[in-house]
Design a protein around this ligand. Structure first.
Ligand code: GLA
Length: 458
């Protein structure tokens, strides 16, 4: 696991995407790039909103990625540009402190998160100057992790430009941490799979310590991604951090109820480990200790024996300070049941049993229902799309990524793929001109792709 990301010596002219990017780079900066860095997006097959609670997740990398062409120089400036004209140029001096404006999550701030993460890791006073041209094929705000792929790509770029070396695991951990500069308290799944993915296999990602294990998906089925065309930028809204906070508070309430020192516990998985309980026992504990009615701040403070000020500073994040009500029961139920579904999904894949596809489909359906009803991270369009996918022949279908918009992932038996795609196209996309215009990049079959890599002219 101490392996660094691959440095692939390649003939750039043999790769159309890199060649086009090289040409655009030369037109923009009047010089040639010295290397390219690529980081993929991901689709999470199961295990939603549980990574930041300490539980394992089961994603695979997708073919769509962020690629940067880079030249290194002594200009004392980091220059950033994007091939998409919607994303404006940006430059920052290498002697300046890198500032990330959370209230204004522009594209270049994600890049700067990665730069800052590497700078801090090596305690570098001054970074080398570089010019970067970034190109992305991951649809933004769609739950396929375009933002984390950008952070991972920039971490890799900054490492290489400054002649440093890090393992994939270290890079994943650094990028998971530094993406929080943008304000969302993500859990590390996206950055881990972006670095640790290997072509042809999904991965079980476990945390503390971070590790990735191959998961062989059953033959005879494919995964289809479909975008509901509702955009959700998790850094621009507080939905995501509200859930993180609710899970944190639920952790403390459960710990307290079992006589543990609640201030020591931050993640739901830690309570399970401490109690040496099974996930079923944790679900029973949630039923016993928490009530389904939303909790007020006062009630939580009273149970935990803390002041309202302590509650605000210790438990809430910057963008959740005004939160008054907390659904602890529902969130904890989702997390423990979803963690159990990930374990089952992995063991069904390992078993290679004849009815695997059916069983995995059922787990995906249960996961969607739990995300929709208990975690409330779906939206009407996404629910409608999931329904359409099931009616169109999917064995299982669920939202993927943070939710509140973005994509669904469906498991479809191989012989039904064509009829499935046609039925979803007709029922969800073609009936709406806006969706119809987005259909090409919104509905596609996805195979497990490889992880982040550097490309250098051979
Ligand atoms: C986002 C976060 C991940 C994870 C998912 C939900 O993608 O970055 O860490 O929490 O949402 O499963």
């Amino acid at each position: 696991m101490a392996t660094p990301p691959p440095r692939i010596k390649t003939a750039i002219r043999a790769n159309a995407r890199l060649t086009n990017l090289k040409t655009a780079f030369e037109a923009k900066y009047g010089e040639s790039p010295v290397f390219f860095a690529c980081a993929p997006g991901r689709v999470n097959l199961i295990g939603e909103h549980i990574d930041y609670c300490g539980y394992s997740v089961l994603p695979m990398a997708i073919e769509q990625s962020i690629v940067a062409a880079v030249s290194v120089n002594s200009s004392g400036t980091i220059r950033l540009a994007n091939t998409n004209p919607q994303f404006k140029d940006y430059k920052v001096s290498c002697s300046e402190d890198i500032a990330i404006d959370r209230d204004n999550p522009k594209w270049h701030y994600y890049f700067l998160c990665g730069v800052k993460g590497i700078q801090e890791t090596f305690e570098m006073d001054r970074l080398v100057g570089m010019s970067c041209l970034v190109e992305g094929t991951i649809p933004p705000s769609s739950g396929l992790s375009s933002s984390s792929a950008l952070v991972c790509c920039s971490g890799l770029v900054t490492m290489e430009a400054n002649k440093k070396s890090l393992s994939k695991v270290a890079l994943a951990e650094i990028c998971a941490k530094c993406e929080r500069y943008i304000g969302t308290e993500g859990g590390g799944m996206d950055q881990s799979i972006s670095f640790l993915a290997e072509e042809g296999t999904a991965k079980l990602i476990e945390f503390q310590p971070l590790r990735a294990t191959d998961v062989k998906l059953p033959d005879g089925a494919v995964f289809v991604i479909s975008n509901c065309c509702v955009e959700m930028n998790k850094a621009a809204s507080s939905h995501f951090n509200i859930r993180v906070v609710e899970c944190r508070v639920a952790t403390k309430m459960l710990a307290k109820a079992r006589g543990l020192e609640s201030s020591m516990f931050l993640k739901l998985a830690q309570v399970q480990t401490e109690l040496k309980a099974s996930l079923e026992e944790m679900l029973a504990l949630v039923d016993e200790v928490l009530h389904p009615e939303p909790y007020s701040r006062e009630e939580i403070c009273k149970v935990l024996g803390i002041t309202s000020e302590q509650f605000s500073t210790d438990l809430l994040s910057a963008n959740t300070q005004n939160l008054m009500h907390f659904k602890l029961y529902q969130r904890a139920k989702h997390v423990y049941s979803e963690a159990a579904r990930v374990q089952r999904f992995k063991s069904v894949c390992d078993s290679g049993a004849g009815d695997s596809i059916q069983l995995l489909g059922e787990l995906m359906n249960q996961s969607h229902a739990s995300c929709r009803d208990l975690y409330e991270c779906s939206c009407p369009e996404l629910d409608q799309l999931v329904d359409i996918c099931l009616k169109s022949g999917a064995v299982g279908s669920r939202l993927t990524g943070a939710g509140w918009g973005g994509c669904a992932v469906s498991m479809v038996s191989s012989e039904k793929v064509e009829s499935f795609l046609k039925a979803v196209r007709d029922a969800y996309y073609l009936c709406d001109p806006r969706r119809a215009a987005m259909e090409k990049q919104s509905l596609f079959v996805s195979k497990p792709g490889g992880g982040a890599a550097l490309f250098i002219e051979e």
